[in-house]
Design a protein around this ligand. Structure first.
Ligand code: HEC
Ligand code: HEC
Ligand code: HEC
Ligand code: HEC
Ligand code: HEC
Ligand code: HEC
Length: 451
C-alpha cells in the first residue's frame, strides 16, 4: 500500500508540475508577447508620450512594432537581457519624467535598422521633386528638383562618397547634448586610412575635455533619427496635400487660410473639429471680397470644407498634439536634411575644421545637385546653360561656399553663370531661391572667413 501511495503522490506531483508548467509557461509567453506589443509600449505606463504612436502611425514603419527598433531584431535570450535594461523606465514612472521624452537608448549597429535593411541600402542617387505653394491669392506653385548624392558620383562627375560611408565606423564624434545637435569634434577615417580630426571653431568644451570625451560612432540613426517618428511641419503637410489633390489649391488664399487655421491652439481633437466646423464662416470673414466676387469659389469652398472635415482635423492634430501639452513637431529635431533643423549642417557647416582650417565639405553639391526651382516647370536659362559646363577646380575646394561671395565682381564667373544678380527670383544663377531664401541654421560660412 505504501508503494501505491508513493506512486500516487508522485503522479499527482508530476501532474501538478505539468499543469503549473503549462499555466506558467502560457502566462510567460502571453506576458512576453504583451510586453512586445505596441499597446504595451504606448499604454502600460499611461499615456507617457501620446505623440510617438501618432507620429509612428504616419510613418513608412507604421506596421512595425516599437520593439523591432527600440530593442532590435534579436533572438529570445539577448532580447530578454536587453528588455530588462528597460526596467529603468519604472523608476521614471515613480519619480516623474521630462516632457518631451527622448530615447538615448537606441543602439546603432547590427540589429535595429540593419535587422531589416542591408548595409548597402543606398543603392541609387535619388532624383527628388516636390511642389510648394505660396501664400498669395493664387496659391502659386513652384517646384524644387534635385538629385541627392546617396551613392556618390552624379553624371560623370568626380568620385565622391555617398551616405553609407558614414555608417561603417568611419565617423566618430563628440556632442555636448543628448540629442546630438551641437557637435564639437569629429574624427574621420578617410578612404586612404588617414585619420583627420575636425574641431569646432566655436567649441564650448576645452581641448583637454574634448580629447578625453567619449566618442559616439555615427550610425543610421544619426541621419534617420525620424524614421520611426516623422513629426511633420504644417507647411510641408499642406504643400503635400495640395500637390496630391487632397486639398483644393484653386480656392483663393487656401494655403494661407489653412496655415492660419493650424495656428489656432486647440486642447483636444474635439476642439480641432469645432474649429474645422466653423472654418467656412471664418474663410468668408477673412476674405469677404474674394468670396463675394466669386460665388462659385465660395460654394466650392463650403463643399470642400464639408467633405474634408475629418482630413483637416487629422492634419490639425498631426503636428501639434493637443493631448501632449507643450509638445509640437518642433520639439523633435530631424537630422536628415537641413531644412527646419541643423541636420547635416551639424557637421557640414564650416565650423568643424582640421588643423589647417579646412572644413568638412560645405559645398552644396557634395550632397546634391544645385537646387532647381521652377514655376510652371519652366527651367531657367541659367540652369540649362550650366549643364554643358564642367565645374572649375576651385568649386571643389571644401570651403568654396564661403569664398564664392568674394568673386561676385569677377567677369570670369559670367562666362558660365551668365548675368549675376543676387536675389531670390530664380531668374539668374545668384538669385536661386533654393539657396538664398531660407535662413539655414548652423551654416556658418563666416566661420571660414578671416575678417
Ligand atoms: C522604425 C523604427 C522605429 C519604430 C517602429 C519605433 N521607433 Fe521610437 N524611435 C526610433 C528612432 C530612430 C528614435 C530617435 C532616436 C534618437 O534620437 O537617437 C525614436 C525615438 C522614440 C522616442 C523618444 C522621442 C523621439 O521621438 O525622439 C520615444 C518615446 C519612442 N521612440 C517611442 C516609440 C514607441 C512607443 C513606438 C511604438 C508605437 C516606437 N517608438 C516605434 C525608431 C522607431
Ligand atoms: C522590421 C523591419 C524594419 C526595421 C526594423 C526598420 N525598417 Fe525601415 N523599412 C522597412 C520596410 C518594409 C520599409 C518599406 C516601407 C514602404 O515602402 O512602405 C522601410 C522603409 C524605410 C525607409 C524609406 C521610407 C522613409 O521613411 O523614408 C527608410 C529611410 C528606412 N526604412 C529607414 C529605417 C531606419 C533608419 C531604421 C532603424 C531606426 C529602420 N528603417 C528600421 C522595414 C524596417
Ligand atoms: C549621412 C547620413 C545618412 C546615413 C548615416 C544613413 N542614411 Fe539612409 N539616407 C540618407 C539620405 C540623405 C537619403 C535620401 C533621403 C530622401 O530621399 O529624402 C537616405 C535614404 C535611405 C533609404 C531610402 C532609400 C531609397 O532608395 O528610397 C533607406 C531605406 C535608408 N536610407 C536606410 C538607411 C540605413 C538602414 C542606414 C544605416 C545602415 C542609413 N540609411 C544611414 C542619409 C543617410
Ligand atoms: C557627425 C558628423 C557628420 C554628419 C552629421 C554628417 N556628415 Fe557627411 N561627412 C562627415 C565627414 C567627417 C566627411 C568626410 C570629410 C572629408 O572627406 O574630409 C563627410 C563626407 C560626406 C560626403 C562625401 C563628400 C565628398 O566630397 O566625397 C557626403 C556626400 C556627405 N558627407 C553627406 C552627408 C549628409 C547628406 C548628411 C546629413 C544627412 C551628413 N553628411 C551628415 C561628417 C558628417
Ligand atoms: C552634407 C550634405 C548637404 C550639404 C552640404 C547641403 N545639403 Fe541641401 N540637402 C541635403 C539633404 C540630405 C537634403 C534632402 C533632405 C530630404 O530628403 O528631406 C537637402 C535638401 C535641400 C533643399 C530642399 C529643402 C526642402 O525644401 O525640403 C534645398 C533647397 C537645399 N538642400 C539647398 C542646399 C544649399 C543651397 C546648400 C549649400 C549652401 C546645401 N543644400 C548643402 C544635404 C546637404
Ligand atoms: C567653367 C564654367 C564655370 C565658371 C567659370 C564658374 N562656374 Fe560656378 N559652377 C559651374 C558649374 C557647372 C556648377 C555646378 C552646378 C551643379 O552642381 O549642378 C557651378 C556651381 C557653382 C556654385 C554652387 C556650388 C555648389 O556646390 O553647388 C557656386 C556658388 C558657383 N558656381 C559660383 C561661381 C563663381 C562665384 C564663379 C566665378 C569665380 C564661378 N562659379 C565660375 C560652372 C562654372
Amino acid at each position: 500500500m505504501t508503494v501505491n501511495f508513493t506512486v500516487k503522490t508522485t503522479l499527482v506531483g508530476i501532474a501538478l508540475f505539468l499543469v503549473a508548467f503549462v499555466v506558467l509557461g502560457s502566462v510567460s509567453v502571453v506576458g512576453w508577447e504583451v510586453s512586445n506589443s505596441n499597446w504595451f509600449c504606448t499604454n502600460a505606463c499611461h499615456q507617457v508620450h501620446p505623440e510617438e504612436p501618432i507620429a509612428q502611425s504616419l510613418s513608412a514603419h507604421a506596421n512595425i512594432n516599437c520593439v523591432d527598433c527600440h530593442i532590435g531584431r534579436l533572438s529570445f535570450f539577448p532580447a530578454m537581457i536587453k528588455k530588462s535594461s528597460h526596467v529603468k523606465h519604472v523608476w521614471s514612472i515613480l519619480t516623474g519624467w521630462e516632457r518631451p521624452t527622448y530615447a538615448p537608448s537606441l543602439g546603432h549597429v547590427g540589429n535595429t535598422c540593419e535587422g531589416c535593411h542591408t548595409e548597402g541600402t543606398h543603392k541609387y542617387n535619388l532624383l527628388g521633386s516636390k511642389s510648394s505653394f505660396a501664400t498669395d491669392k493664387d496659391n502659386t506653385e513652384s517646384r524644387l528638383t534635385m538629385t541627392l548624392r546617396n551613392v556618390g558620383r552624379i553624371f560623370g562627375g568626380e568620385d565622391r562618397r555617398g551616405m553609407n560611408w558614414h555608417t561603417s565606423g568611419n565617423v566618430k564624434f563628440v556632442a555636448t547634448d543628448p540629442q546630438k545637435q551641437n557637435i564639437e569634434l569629429v574624427e574621420a577615417t578617410l578612404p586612404g586610412g588617414e585619420v583627420v580630426t575636425y574641431k569646432s571653431v566655436k567649441a564650448t568644451m576645452s581641448d583637454s575635455d574634448l580629447a578625453s570625451a567619449e566618442r559616439a560612432t555615427m550610425g543610421c540613426m544619426d541621419c534617420h533619427n525620424r524614421a520611426g517618428h516623422p513629426f511633420r511641419d504644417p507647411e510641408s503637410v499642406v504643400d503635400a496635400a495640395f500637390a496630391s489633390g487632397e486639398l483644393n489649391r484653386k480656392l483663393p488664399y487656401a494655403k494661407k487660410f489653412i496655415l492660419d487655421l493650424f495656428d489656432t491652439k486647440v486642447e483636444s481633437r474635439e476642439e480641432a473639429r469645432e474649429v474645422v466646423d466653423h472654418a467656412y464662416a471664418t474663410y468668408r470673414e477673412a476674405y469677404p471680397d474674394e468670396v463675394i466676387q466669386d460665388p462659385e469659389a465660395s460654394e466650392s469652398a463650403r463643399k470642400f470644407i464639408e467633405e474634408r472635415k475629418e482630413f483637416l482635423t487629422d492634419l490639425m492634430v498631426s503636428s501639434d498634439f493637443p493631448e501632449a501639452e507643450d509638445v509640437t513637431w518642433k520639439s523633435f529635431p530631424d537630422n536628415l536634411g537641413h531644412k527646419n533643423f541643423p541636420g547635416c549642417f551639424r557637421c557640414h557647416s564650416g565650423r568643424l575644421q582640421d588643423d589647417e582650417g579646412t572644413p568638412i565639405p560645405v559645398n552644396c553639391s557634395a550632397c546634391h545637385s544645385l537646387p532647381l526651382v521652377t514655376e510652371r516647370d519652366q527651367i531657367p536659362a541659367y540652369y540649362l546653360a550650366l549643364l554643358d559646363q564642367k565645374k572649375p577646380r576651385n568649386h571643389r575646394s571644401p570651403d568654396w561656399m564661403s569664398k564664392h561671395m568674394d568673386y561676385l565682381g569677377d567677369k570670369k564667373c559670367s562666362t558660365c553663370h551668365e548675368d549675376i544678380k543676387f536675389g531670390v527670383n530664380d531668374k539668374t544663377f545668384c538669385s536661386n531661391s533654393g539657396c538664398h531664401a531660407p535662413d539655414w541654421q548652423y551654416l556658418d560660412l563666416s566661420a571660414l572667413r578671416n575678417d
